[in-house]
Design a protein around this ligand. Structure first.
Ligand SMILES: [Zn+2]
Length: 345
């Protein structure tokens, strides 16, 4: 595990879902995470040696948020087929579903937990995957089998001293009903959600958890979108100053996305990510970005371009490391993951 001197960008090749062409049965580019890293390597921002390798979340880790009953249900291929919206999975033996679909999602979930700790230590971190915002403690859906955002925040609350307030800014095109259900009655978590009001999941119960709700109409374009994102991001961070900002940076707001129904350009996505990072960095609030939804063929290029723009703007980068080489490696990762059980709620 290389952490010292590395960029707080978390990834593992196991993030990607490939299985006898099965991945082609879903309207997804299920290899987008690897492609993002490929593009970042091409631009010489990252190498295999200077990013942090994600560890798969263990069952003990998952039990910090999930019920045993829910985790047991994932042992039925039919249940996983419904959650991931890949119907043919129901015909596969569960050990294959575990290995080819759930393990990638558990590795991305471990990545979000690790990135959360890195964000606290370094000021920023990016998990190249994660952002499964439709999953709550006892219910999956919309391709989300594990509640990585809830898990990351609970790990910080329980295991990192001085972290007692979190803000979630969810800019995926869909409402983030998973983390909203999990934090419905938790005053420590402030949720801002900007989404297309007409699409999945339309979860009225979960909406009660949203402190700043921005509902968009079909085909919303850059100027209106960016104006609202900037106004409400500043408003949210001025209202409550959190110890960690979790930024769910879904790219299914992109024009032409078959699910999102919005009309944001690639440049609009770059500007959006820049607005959120600038707002956090200016205030000295640690920011964790997860990539969430958006699976068109061109999505990986757009995510990579946005990360490169953040570097160009000086909002992320090696210079953001404090005293590189002299600071101790953060006690994130394996120790944090394996010792989770003792803190389970
Ligand atoms: Zn989405």
């Amino acid at each position: 595990m290389k952490v010292k001197g590395a960029l707080p960008i978390v990834y593992h090749p196991d993030y990607n879902i490939t299985f006898m062409g099965l991945e082609k049965l879903h309207p997804f580019d299920a290899g987008k995470w690897g492609k993002v890293i490929h593009f970042l390597k091409e631009e010489q921002f990252v190498t295999d040696g200077n990013i942090v390798e994600a560890l798969e979340a263990t069952e003990e880790d998952l039990l910090v948020v999930h019920t045993q009953r829910y985790l047991n249900r994932l042992k039925w291929s039919l249940v996983v087929a419904a959650i991931t919206e890949i119907p043919p999975l129901m015909f596969l033996p569960n050990f294959l579903v575990q290995r080819r679909v759930l393990r990638p999602l558990r590795t991305q979930t471990g990545g979000t937990i690790m990135a959360a700790k890195l964000a606290v230590d370094r000021g920023w971190a990016i998990n190249v995957g994660g952002g499964f915002h439709h999953c709550s403690s006892d219910k999956g859906g919309g391709f989300c089998a594990y509640a990585d955002i809830t898990l990351a925040i609970k790990f910080l609350f329980e295991r990192v001293e001085g972290i007692s307030r979190a803000t979630i800014i969810d800019l995926d095109a869909h409402q983030g009903n998973g983390h909203e259900r999990d934090f419905l009655d938790d005053g420590r978590v402030y949720i801002m959600d900007v989404y297309n009001r007409h699409i999945y999941p339309g979860d009225g119960y979960a909406k009660r958890a949203i402190k700043r709700k921005v509902e968009l109409d079909w085909g919303t374009e850059d100027s209106e979108y960016l104006q609202k994102v900037e106004l409400h991001t500043d408003g949210a961070l001025n209202e409550v100053r959190p110890d960690i900002l979790v930024y769910n940076a879904g790219t299914d707001v992109l024009d032409g996305d078959p699910l999102g129904g919005l009309s944001i350009s690639p440049e609009g996505i770059r500007k959006r990510d820049e607005i959120v990072f600038r707002a956090a960095r200016r205030r000295g609030v640690p920011i964790l970005m997860v990539t969430s939804g958006g699976y068109q063929k061109k999505t990986a290029r757009i995510i990579a371009d946005s990360i490169l723009n953040l570097r160009l703007q000086g909002l992320i980068g090696a210079e953001a490391l404090e005293g590189e080489g002299s600071s101790p490696p953060p006690p994130a990762t394996s120790m944090m993951l394996s010792s989770a059980a003792s803190a389970a709620v």
